[in-house]
Design a binder for this molecule. Structure first.
Ligand code: CA
Length: 710
């Protein structure tokens, strides 16, 4: 009797406890290794929702039968006007997100009421060493603490209730080229983060910091350092055998700028690494070795950072084929056998399935059109087409996929119900052209050893039309067991948002042309769409608060595709930045205010000036130093000022004050006195004036964005 009632009491206490743990019921969700591994159904506790990075929610209140009834329920205007790439976290009905410039915001998930905000005050000049915009992809949570990594390479712990700073530590020195855009993860009480910067001068790493103190626990470099000094570990000694020459002079690259994944089942921490530095392998490694561990997946022990295995996806990379796209874990039945696998769809266009414990290559297949390789050999090594070795042929190689990647950081999702992976695919080539033998590393700007002046968009209407027709994008539903497409949904351009899959048999994706849409997860039928007024590049997420399911997504055009590709940026569609957090539910009736009108492109440039020699110098300097942010051939992609409109074009003194002296440095436009003389800077003015006059004659680019706020 006594035992039974004790058990009944214990049982009812358990039931009560379970009720308290229901998200959105006023109870407190415990954020720890167990809840992040298993997931709580109504929350979103980690970047990819759970450690496996599947971005699959068990919520099914919103489903394929009722998605047509979705509507906006609230939105929040954001105080930054650069690309918004973050996935918000949802804990106990509260949304936490990061924005451009590494700022953090908290909102009531049901009403949108702002609860607190944190600004790490990143110096805007930092953006000049960030290839791909002042973006940030999100937070990590552990206990009552949130963690954000900043563009200027700090790691900050915040009190989740108040946004107050608990500690702050440097991940890399302030004067290094290290920038951070990725979301940290927390594994066994350690915050794990890597960095970007392999387009500049950075030695890639992933590092772990104590959650309580911020003290560094370990650091694993991804590429070997100076061989005249002792290697840090055996893995580096092994990697160094695959490099030659003075490979370490530019750091070597291999940066871990996005994917970090932990598997409680194998006990391993996986991360993806970026390109070797510079891209052009002739300038990096004269013997063209495999260059470990660039463009690879590496597995280490999360407690110590000790190397366990690696799989290199792009040996001898010279195309910027970062392997940084998210690493996803799943249990799949392959050849009748249950396997714990890593699934990966990196920039190089192949979909890989590896054994999660050993890294053994199980299968791989091209998931998109490509011309750089004809396939994979039995061990999963790409069979490279000789013309892709542009540094050997000395010829221009328009590679497909290009440096933007067939798939990049825009996260894919996996539905265990359909067995499909939903991949945002870019179809966009890139013109690779090697610099000549006299190339020297630059003290400022990108160091890719690519000759940008050979590939500027021609001012010819027919060629431009062909270029514009050559790029597009799609949502691809991929069967990872059969290595085969199940369905595809087309977009007008590349650089669409990450995806969310749910138990309601839906896939949610924002798109660069300015919509948020819901698809049937089984057959790809479009069920609903919403006009977002701006390109949506971030992944959507979902949560439950007060018993109702919500879908949230960060909207705001930006990232690399809004900067460097020039005219091609416009192909994607809604190329003006209106930065907002958008939240939807069934029956939502909120409305967005009318969008600001895009200005018609009326070019009224000053008359041409300068000798042919000055124009050639100006084009070369523009493509080397300016085009990274202001667009190929001076056609901006909607995020940064379009220089063809600049009033400074007609005033040489104002032009020098900005470009030479750094008069707009507080906005991120640094001065270039360190690398260019005033005469060179005026040659750039001559080039931009000539480009504005050319475009006046052949007709405007399709869309002129409103000037950015910041
Ligand atoms: Ca890269």
């Amino acid at each position: 009797m006594k035992a039974t009632s004790a058990r009944a009491l214990a049982l009812s206490a358990l039931v009560l406890l379970a009720a308290c743990n229901q998200p959105g019921s006023g109870g407190a969700v415990k954020v720890d290794g167990e809840t992040i591994a298993a997931g709580t159904d109504g929350d979103w506790l980690s970047y990819g929702r759970t450690y496996d990075e599947q971005r699959f929610s068990p919520l099914d209140q919103i489903n394929d039968a009722n998605a047509k009834d979705l509507g906006l329920v609230w939105y929040a205007d954001l105080d930054s006007a650069r690309g918004q790439e973050a996935t918000p976290l949802a804990i106990d009905g509260i949304l936490y997100t990061t924005t451009a410039w590494s700022m953090v915001k908290a909102y009531d998930g049901t009403t949108g009421k702002p609860l607190w905000a944190y600004d790490p005050k990143v110096a805007r000049e930092t953006v000049v060493k960030a290839c791909c915009d002042a973006v940030n992809r999100g937070l990590a949570a552990w206990g009552d603490t949130l963690f954000v990594a900043t563009l200027d390479a700090r790691l900050v712990a915040l009190d989740r209730k108040t946004g107050k700073v608990l500690w702050e530590t440097r991940v890399a020195p302030a004067d290094s080229n290290v920038t951070i855009t990725g979301a940290p993860r927390v594994v066994k009480g350690k915050v794990i983060i890597g960095s970007g910067g392999a387009e500049y001068d950075v030695r890639g790493f992933v590092a772990a910091f104590d959650v309580e103190t911020g003290k560094e626990a370990w650091r694993f470099f991804t590429v070997p350092g100076d061989p005249s000094k002792p290697f840090e570990n055996e893995a580096m000694a092994m990697a160094a055998k695959t490099w030659s020459g003075n490979y370490w002079r530019l750091g070597g690259g291999g940066t871990v700028w996005d994917s970090i994944t932990y598997d409680p089942k194998t006990g391993l921490l996986y991360f993806g690494t970026g390109n070797g530095e510079p891209w052009n392998i002739a300038e990096r490694d004269p013997d063209a070795g495999d260059n470990l561990f660039a463009a690879s997946i590496v597995a280490v022990d999360p407690e110590t950072g000790k190397y366990v295995w690696h799989f290199q996806e792009t040996p001898q990379d010279r195309w910027d084929f970062d392997s940084d796209a998210q690493i996803m874990l799943a249990d799949l039945k392959i050849g009748g056998k249950d396997r714990r696998v890593v699934m990966h769809a990196p920039k190089n266009g192949f979909f890989y399935v590896l054994d999660a414990k050993t890294g053994e290559y199980l299968s791989g297949k091209a998931f998109t059109a490509m011309n750089w390789a004809s396939g994979l050999d039995a061990k999963g090594r790409p069979i490279v087409n000789p013309e892709a070795h542009y540094e050997k042929t000395g010829k221009l190689f328009v590679g497909l996929p290009g440096a933007g990647g067939a798939h990049s950081w825009q996260a894919m999702s996996f539905s265990p119900k359909t067995g499909l992976v939903y991949i945002p695919v870019n179809l966009a080539g890139f013109p690779y052209a090697a610099t000549g033998k006299d190339w020297k590393p630059e003290p400022m700007g990108m160091n890719n050893a690519q000759d940008g002046s050979k590939v500027a968009t021609p001012a010819d209407a027919a060629i431009r039309k062909g270029l514009m027709a050559s790029v597009s994008g799609e949502l691809l539903a991929w069967d990872p067991v059969k290595q085969k497409a199940a369905w595809r949904a087309p977009y007008v351009g590349p650089w669409n948002g990450g995806t969310l899959a749910t138990a309601g048999n839906i896939v949610v994706q924002g798109s660069a042309d300015g919509f948020v849409q819901v698809y049937n997860a089984t057959d790809g039928k479009k069920l609903w769409s919403f006009a977002a007024q701006t390109g949506v590049i971030a992944p959507a997420m979902t949560y439950r608060a007060k018993g109702e399911q919500y879908v949230a997504v960060m909207a705001g055009w930006g990232g690399v595709w809004a900067l460097a590709p020039g005219l091609l940026s416009r192909k994607s569609g809604a190329t003006q930045n209106i930065s907002r957090l958008l939240v939807f539910k069934l029956g939502g009736t909120a409305k967005l205010p009318a969008p600001p009108r895009s200005a018609d492109l009326v070019l009224d440039p000053p008359p041409n000036f300068g000798t042919p020699q000055q124009l050639a110098i100006g084009e070369g300097r523009y493509q080397r130093y300016c085009g990274t942010c202001h667009g190929d051939a001076a056609i901006a992609g909607g995020l940064t000022p379009d220089l063809r409109h600049s009033t400074a074009l007609g005033d040489p003194a104002v032009w020098q004050a900005i470009v030479h002296d750094g008069g707009l440095a507080a906005n991120g436009m640094v001065g270039w006195a360190k690398v260019m003389k005033p005469a060179e800077i005026d040659s750039i003015r001559a080039y931009v004036v000539s480009r504005a006059n050319q475009d006046k004659l052949i007709g405007p680019a399709p869309l002129a964005p409103v000037p950015p706020k910041q």
